[in-house]
Design a protein around this ligand. Structure first.
Ligand SMILES: *Cc1c(COP(=O)(O)O)cnc(C)c1O
Length: 471
């Protein structure tokens, strides 16, 4: 039993982590899963963590809180935007009412996205924005006199959120379609677009024959099912939580062509990739594609609050408005929450000014350091796109080992499956980025050491115990 409450100012008795256990579910963890680290403070790009053993450690946040905290924690401008709004009003219903933060954020989003996108629906999370986009595609077809067109075409390996509509377009295996069959709609899947890499952050390299085969296959599938399809949804160029895979932008372009040819609503899910993360302001720019519908979230409100938005083209908006229903049939309680909108307004304003330099700095540093890991036998692939760096192993390593090793280097990561990756906060300095990249490397080396002879299968016993890093 670890000694509870050994950190200086922690009250005696049960620690928060102990009280959490059995009480709170964590994402995709059992109630009695691994003890969590406790966040005591978050400032700039650093988290102050208390380990399950009660030791306090400082760690750079290599995850930007799951892509969101691009401006870091306690950002003075975002803090001010929140405080200013909270002293006016924190929330009002959006039914029949409007307010300045929503109107100004809507105007700004229309300004910073392609000119075709002219309308905004605010949702309270990324998953909900995907639900809205899917419903919109079905409403669009009904308005065009084709109510039988209700299915969505998508690619395997995708991730679009955890609500049941969003789940239906997630990768069937990773999205647990079998476990929830009956609840989750059966959508039309094609193979994942062939992997591609951009070694210089500009041009793409892929297996041309594989791309041509994929294109032929997706064309045949879409045309063969056009009488039942409402739309297409896809993450542009980078499949995030489904496997951190990059694919050839030509594949996205073909989906745009198919949507035009078959009158499908093309939904591009930029929730993870939007606002510069992949080295383009929006990842669909890699393919010069303008979608009919774009979902944004995550970095939108700088990680302060949950907010997402659905941007809709003028043409699709007009079809909905001319339909019998006229409205887009959705309306969450916390729609366009003023506090979230006020913070997002400031977040997007800052992003517009700073993303280019910030992401370029991150990309340069990740490209310089991470490829060293490619020489490790345990490593299958190393890829960098914009401010995203990924190390893929042949076999899933022990996540606790990776987390612990990185924490010893002063960095927080949350590995999943065969992947260890970072998408650092944009405001990281060059030095902080180096620390993050070297911690990734160091964790990968540790996997190599524990998986090749020396200490194979022993790392559990070998792990430095009592250093407070155990999970
Ligand atoms: C995170 C994510 C979502 C879901 O967003 P939530 O805010 O977690 O509901 C949807 N699509 C993509 C691409 C994401 O990365």
């Amino acid at each position: 039993m670890p000694e509870p409450g050994t950190a200086d100012n922690m009250p005696a008795g049960e620690s928060l982590a102990e009280r959490d256990r059995g009480l709170l579910w964590h994402p995709y963890e059992a109630l009695d899963g691994p003890a969590p680290y406790t966040v005591e403070a978050a400032q700039g790009v650093a988290l102050t963590l208390v380990t399950p053993e009660g030791e306090r450690v400082q760690a750079l946040d290599g995850m930007a809180s799951w892509w969101c905290a691009v401006h870091g924690y306690r950002n003075p401008e975002l803090d001010r935007a929140a405080v200013d709004q909270i002293t006016e009003f924190s929330h009002v219903m959006f039914g029949g009412l409007t307010h300045r933060p929503a109107v100004e954020l809507g105007e700004l989003l229309v300004e910073v996205t392609p000119p075709e996108l002219q309308h905004v629906f605010f949702a309270d999370s990324g998953s909900v924005s995907v639900e809205v986009a899917l419903k919109l595609a079905v409403q669009y077809q009904a308005a065009r006199g084709r109510p039988e067109r209700r299915r969505i075409l998508t690619v395997r390996g995708g991730y679009h959120g955890d609500t049941t509509g969003a789940m239906s377009v997630c990768d069937p295996e990773g999205g647990m379609h079998a476990e929830f069959s009956g609840l989750v709609a059966e959508q039309l899947f094609v193979a994942p677009p062939p992997a591609a890499a951009t070694p210089d952050g500009r041009t793409w390299e892929s297996d041309d024959a594989a791309v041509q085969r994929w294109i032929a296959d997706v064309r045949a599938t879409a045309r063969g099912h056009s009488d039942e399809l409402a739309g297409i949804i896809v993450e542009p160029v980078l499949q995030g939580a489904g496997g951190m895979r990059t694919y050839d932008p030509r594949c996205l372009r073909v989906l745009r062509e198919l949507a035009d040819e078959l009158d499908l609503v093309l939904i591009v899910d930029e929730i993870a990739t939007g606002f510069g993360r992949t080295g383009r302001w929006f990842a669909s720019e890699w393919a010069d594609v303008v979608p009919d519908v774009m979902c944004v979230g995550k970095a939108l409100a700088g990680g302060y609050m949950s907010l997402a938005a659905v941007l809709v083209s003028e043409a699709v908006g007009a079809v909905i408005t001319d339909s019998e229903q006229r409205a887009l049939m959705h309306g969450p309680t916390f729609m366009a929450n003023p506090l979230a909108c006020a913070v997002a307004l400031q977040s997007v304003r800052m992003l517009r000014d700073t993303w280019r330099d910030d992401v370029a700095r991150a990309e340069r540093t990740l490209r310089e350091i991470l490829p060293v890991a490619a020489d490790l036998r345990a490593v299958k692939d190393v890829r960098v796109l914009g401010a995203v760096g990924v190390i893929e192993f042949h076999h899933a390593p022990d996540p606790a080992l990776l987390t612990r090793t990185a924490l010893e280097q002063g960095v927080w990561f949350r590995p999943f499956g065969r992947l260890l990756y970072t998408m650092p906060p944009y405001v990281c300095t060059e030095e902080e980025l180096r620390t993050i990249a070297y911690a990734l490397l160091r964790a990968a080396q540790e996997v190599e050491l524990t998986s090749t002879g020396r200490g194979a299968g022993l790392h559990g016993a070998d792990a430095p115990s009592g250093n407070g890093m155990g999970a």
